[in-house]
Write a protein that binds this ligand. Structure first.
Ligand code: ZN
Ligand code: ZN
Length: 467
């Protein structure tokens, strides 16, 4: 039985590869190594071979516009963008004229490569590429690194778009704004801030059922930049769901993203990428004792346009460098034995008001320096920690989640606010990837507690409030 399945899989694999054509790929925007930076892939649908120049200019238009908008423009150095020149046999997309709001627009059928069609879910302007498997196959056949987002540009001058796994737009005059809106959905999982229908209500970065301004997930923004607690509507379900703003790009074409959506996009960038691209020395370097100075360098960093990175170098827990890309250590100041040098990078952007952000998103490189009379041996470790703890405040339990770049020694302890250890929560080697743990604190009395984390050589703590 097992063998049969394998054979079937092989056949599918062969068919898929055969289906996935090779197309020319053009660079729209380059910041650095595809394996490190965030890649946006733009695929055309409904462009013939003769229309590929138009496809490139349509793609450039939306990508240039996207990166002219905050916060994309602040983090433009984190992104690459590539256009995959997918060739359709006919120009244009499909319009079945099956939605109730098609008006006088005629129906038409073309042969777009990914089957992009209007009238999805009975709404005219919802244009969606119908063959998502084919999109995956084309991406895999034409781009070897990981990608952060696929954007489909459909070759029609009719207004429309959609968010989802793939952001989709047309070439209509508003399409750059549509792309910015759909990227909010597809890249950062933001909700619409207009009423899109009862089925769309869900807990999202910018959508919640919580109405208490002191507890709402955007509580740190309430009262700033016109952020508040706004009902989606006055009747039915929409009266019990709330959004942060009344004039946000996730509601209307034209305005900027509200502060909550801006923060949501930046936090997604933080989750997806490590700004430390490269550093020296790398693991295992040996330096002869004749070299008096040891040089440690962050040789390539992704930096926001106004550089808001906070870079701290600590040697044996003492700060020796602040907001510099390199430090120099005089060997003669080091005693024989083991020393720890840690550089920690956080982002102090004032577009963020995230509690304990410095311990939510941090990247580190740790060097252990073994000094003996023979010379200095160095080992280095790199890690990026993406972290969340919720709900906080809580009544009975809370969840800790983090993602590790590499296998790490993790210990987590719960302390009372006056420093007494209450409970050891974790103390073990944890593989790279996602970690999740639900902690029950029903037995504790109400008040503040301190949760301390040691992940390899990085230490940080967070306050958890039990109500
Ligand atoms: Zn918003
Ligand atoms: Zn962050």
């Amino acid at each position: 039985m097992k063998k049969k399945i394998t054979t079937l899989l092989l056949i599918f694999l062969t068919i898929n590869i055969a289906n996935a054509q090779k197309f020319d790929v053009e660079t729209l925007k380059f910041s650095g190594n595809n394996d490190k930076y965030l890649n946006i892939l733009v695929l055309g649908d409904g462009y013939t071979a003769a229309e590929q120049t138009k496809f490139i200019s349509d793609s450039k238009k939306v990508i240039d516009y996207l990166f002219s908008q905050a916060p994309w423009k602040n983090y433009t150095n984190y992104f690459n963008a590539y256009a995959i020149k997918v060739i359709s046999t006919q120009s244009g997309v499909n319009h079945p004229k099956t939605a109730s709001d098609c008006g006088s627009k005629p129906s038409y059928t073309n042969n777009p490569y990914f089957g992009s069609t209007f009238d999805v879910a009975g709404i005219h302007r919802l244009i969606v590429p119908s063959n998502s498997t084919l999109i995956h196959n084309v991406v895999n056949a034409n781009f070897t690194s990981q990608y952060a987002q696929v954007l489909i540009v459909a070759n029609t001058s009719d207004y429309g778009g959609s968010g989802g796994e793939f952001a989709t737009s047309t070439t209509e005059v508003n399409s750059p704004e549509v792309v910015a809106h759909e990227m909010g959905h597809s890249f950062a999982a933001l909700a619409d801030e207009y009423f899109a229908g009862d089925d769309y209500f869900d807990e999202k970065t910018n959508m919640t059922k919580t109405s208490d301004p002191t507890l709402i997930k955007w509580k740190n923004w309430v009262g700033i930049n016109a952020v508040g607690v706004n009902k989606y509507g006055n009747t039915g379900l929409s009266a019990s769901w709330y959004k942060p703003h009344t004039n946000c790009k996730m509601q209307l074409l034209g305005p900027v993203y509200c502060s909550v959506c801006t923060q949501g996009i930046i936090e997604t960038i933080h989750r997806k990428v490590n700004p430390i691209v490269s550093y020296t020395p790398t693991n295992g370097a040996t330096i002869a004792s004749a070299n008096q100075y040891l040089d440690f360098n962050l040789t390539e960093l992704m930096k926001p346009v106004t550089n808001t990175l906070n870079i701290k170098w600590k040697l044996d827990n003492i700060i020796i460098g602040d907001n510099v890309d390199f430090v120099k250590i005089d060997q003669n100041t080091l005693s024989n034995g083991t020393h720890n040098l840690v550089v920690t990078i956080t982002d102090d952007s004032n577009l963020l008001k995230v509690d304990n952000h410095a311990s939510t998103h941090l990247s580190t490189v740790t060097w252990t320096i073994n000094k003996s009379n023979l010379g200095v041996k160095l080992d280095s470790f790199e890690n990026k920690i993406s972290y969340s703890m919720y709900p906080n405040p809580t009544t009975n339990s809370f969840k800790i989640e983090f993602e590790l770049d590499k296998q790490s020694e993790v210990s987590i302890d719960l302390y009372s606010i006056d420093g007494k250890k209450i409970r050891r929560i974790e103390n073990k080697t944890i593989d790279s990837g996602k970690y999740s743990n639900s902690i029950n604190i029903e037995d504790l009395s109400a008040g503040s507690y301190l949760l301390t984390f040691k992940i390899d050589h990085s230490k940080f703590s967070k306050i958890i409030i039990k109500q």
